[in-house]
Write a protein that binds this ligand. Structure first.
Ligand code: SAH
Length: 380
């Protein structure tokens, strides 16, 4: 608002009340931009790019501290848990980064039955989970009729729980039917907001504009909607990330999933380097500052890339973790990338380990639905 006008004036020119020295010895421009973000200002592409380019350990630490303070103010020192049920690894798509892509003939495919999925929910409920996330590849077996049946069955047995779907792109009528059946939330990462980069990550039949249309439809239907992207995916530049941040601050999703890209040996990106843990943490902080009430997971990919990734994610502003609630026998088959973890604090049945690890950094694991605390937008 008004205060910001005194600190930062359009066009990239820093006016700075502190005579150009910025915040606590940080580069003046980056410090001013962090301050502007904290004041609720929306940054443009150039400004985001400047903040991304200026990343140093000191700037990232400043961003993390501010982000954690914002998160604590809105949600307290509480981390929400979601029980993740990876119910099918069949997929008709061929995303170049993903280990369960259709073209990977070496993966052994599975899909859980409705009874098996309900059994996962029962086990999760007993452990304290009040949100279940059904995630899968784009599996044509799961027609609207089958998914609606499944959603209805889960919501009937667990009316106090939130149900999140993450099953990719579907027609708007399908999203509407699933919402009517009781689904509360939907995760659909936009993957990258840069059209040229999107083409680099997907075959031609997958289009960024379709992805975006799905996200808009989900929001309009009243889902708490999650977008997001990988950090360090092949071809990603700081300009791509600036595009992601511009998109997120315009779309204002209730949830944002961010994790490092990690290669899978049976994909076209097998030989590509993994994304940076530090850059991922920095982006978590920036997204927390830009969208204060966002539900922001410290993702499995972050936990895979660094043993203390969950803790560092929370310290950077995340407030959600999604332990694996899938039957043990299928976990190694839902391999989106090499070495994906599903044990220890990553496993729903080891919730005590997660509790201890969160307690060690001053946080408690919350047992409630953990809904979005801000004002949802985009409802029609
Ligand atoms: N089919 C669903 C679920 C996809 S898997 C959908 O399309 O939404 C969930 C997320 O895992 C993807 O959105 C992607 O961002 C991430 N992912 C896939 N492969 C990955 C990899 N190799 N490294 C890191 N993250 C990956």
């Amino acid at each position: 608002g008004q205060l910001h006008g005194a600190i930062y004036q359009g066009g990239g020119a820093l006016v700075g009340r502190s005579g150009g020295h910025g915040v606590r010895g940080l580069p003046a421009e980056a410090g001013g931009l962090l301050e502007a973000l904290a004041q609720g200002e929306r940054l443009d592409h150039t400004q985001w790019r400047t903040l991304l380019e200026a990343r140093t350990p000191a700037l990232a630490a400043e961003a993390a501290q501010r982000a954690a303070a914002v998160r604590d103010r809105i949600y307290g020192k509480r981390v929400f848990i979601r029980g993740l049920i990876e119910f099918t690894n069949y997929c008709k798509n061929d995303c170049y980064y993903c280990g369960i892509r259709h073209g990977n003939r070496a993966t052994s495919r599975y899909r859980l039955t409705e009874d098996e999925i309900l059994a996962c929910c029962r086990a999760g409920y007993a452990l304290g989970f009040r949100t279940f996330v059904l995630q899968g590849g784009e599996d044509p077996y799961f027609t609207d009729a089958r998914l609606v049946r499944l959603v209805s069955a889960i919501k009937r047995e667990f009316p106090s729980c939130a149900l999140t779907l993450s099953v990719g792109e579907r027609p708007q009528e399908s999203y509407a039917a699933l919402r009517a059946a009781g689904a509360d939330r939907y995760l659909l990462r936009h993957e990258t907001a840069n059209a040229a980069h999107y083409r680099r990550l997907h075959p031609e039949n997958q289009r960024l504009e379709d992805r975006m249309a799905c996200l808009r439809a989900l929001k309009a239907l009243g889902y708490q909607t999650g977008a997001g992207f990988m950090v360090g995916s092949p071809g990603q530049t700081l300009d791509c990330l600036a595009d992601d941040l511009v998109f997120l601050t315009a779309f204002r999703p209730e949830m944002v999933g961010i994790g490092p890209f990690l290669p899978h040996h049976q994909t076209p990106f097998a030989g590509e380097p993994a994304g940076s843990v530090e850059m991922t943490l920095y982006l978590l902080s920036l997204v927390r500052l830009a969208l204060p009430a966002v539900l922001l997971p410290a993702t499995t990919a972050l936990g895979t890339a660094a043993g203390d990734g969950r803790e560092r994610g929370v310290q950077a502003g995340a407030n959600v973790v999604m332990p694996n609630l899938s039957p043990a026998g299928v976990r190694e088959k839902y391999m989106l990338y090499d070495n994906k973890i599903s044990t220890g604090s990553e496993a729903a049945e080891c919730l005590d380990e997660l509790r201890q690890r969160m307690q060690a950094i001053g946080y408690t694991v919350a047992v409630d639905r953990g809904d979005f605390a801000g004002i949802s937008e985009g409802k029609v």
